[in-house]
Design a protein around this ligand. Sequence first.
Ligand SMILES: Cc1ncc(COP(=O)(O)O)c(C=O)c1O
Length: 486
Amino acid sequence: MNSKGITQFLLAHAGKDPVSFHMPGHKGDRLLRKYGYEDFLNSIVGCDITEIVGADNLFQTEGIIADTMAKYRNLYDAKASYLLINGSSAGLIASILTCVPARGKLIMARNCHKAIFNALTLGGIKPVYAYPSMVEEYGITGPVAPEEIARLLEENPDASAVILPSPNYYGICSDIRTIADIVHSAGKYLIVDQAHGAHLKFFEGAEAGDVFGVPESAETQGADLVINSTHKTLCSFTQSAVLNVPAGSRFHDLLHLEDKLQQIESTSPSYLLMASLDINADILADHGADLMGEWRDNLEYFYRKASSINGLKFMRVTDGARQAMDMTKINLDMSACGFDGHQLEAALLEHEIYAELVTGNILMCMTGIGNSRRDYDRLLEALKKLSAGRRSASAADTAAADTAGAALWTKHRTIHDVPIMKELIPLEEAAGRICAASLIPYPPGIPLICPGEEIGAEEIAYIQLLRGQGEKVMGIDAEGRIAVGK
Ligand SMILES: Cc1ncc(COP(=O)(O)O)c(C=O)c1O
């Protein structure tokens, strides 16, 4: 075999028996094999086709793709469901460009994913920021308050729509039902970025236990357009996703939405991704109740056992009386044992356990439909060992700095015109300049500074801190320069 690089890396990784608490949600081929998709797995290359006779067309559906869309309409109780092959990113951009006219206004949470900021650029759309609350203990953005949305709608009657993430990356959900009522009273559309919550619909009806809870889906709570990364928590392949127009949605202009989708997505949609969406739909329809029950049992088992591990706690967020936390996201805090999030991540990696995201003292482990009891046991075992061999020092200072930096996402900002003339300058010389290309820590993919915003000394210090910790920050070139207005 001549191939090197990506292929070798993937094969080596797959051969390691890693425990995945990161995306994608299928966590490997176990479920597909269990439910009889061996033939598909063995014919991946043969199944990589284009629009041959009988294969339907993603942008003019009338055959096999239309059938899969119908499966999703049933699963999510939607009046329309679209298969996305450029991830939720494509569905988010298309939804915004459909609901907000060129150069129009969009009320958006400041902690939205970069895909939403990209839609602004594409449509020349003016953002009005809704600032989320903070989870003070962890310096993490929390829910967006309905009152904040009501105030912004009153101040901006010319805004066309509202968009926010729920759950956010850490699993924290906003009160979509109340927000939907407010948005509809103002005659606007509510778009929910449910990239992290494709599974929520399938947990509905299960009683919230002491240790476990999952808020209702945005589809059920009255949103107009809901975008789900089925690849993040369910079992379709990476980059596949589903856009739902729920049964009760006030949005009706499907032709306009379809036109935007075909503008944004590849003209050669991958049949492998669409097949994985079809398989995901069938598995949910035929085995969803069992799989959700198993997932829930595993989480209850995990949280119960973990509660007796010394020095370990979990981030839990309530919003008044409302349960705001999707507990399928396990947010570990082992600072009492002397591990900040980065140290905990490194320690778990020694046990071949891969987590999804670090912020300050939090290490987020993202569970999915494909995690087995064995994965939870391996995590429990590793955490027990770390607790027993606890470090003497308290969690490092980096966590505090990290947490302080994360608060920058709720810093109120003035938005200037996006610079037309740009220049590249070293990051450390950029204080006071206007940003010309987004600076985006990844993950979580939420821009820290967007085009048109002023760069401050504290943002520069935070970016330097992240880079020092080995985190990726997009928007900086190999020589450490960023784009600013000239
Ligand atoms: C909150 C949020 N929204 C949207 C996206 C984009 O989703 P996708 O990767 O499916 O394009 C992400 C990706 O991580 C995300 O975290």
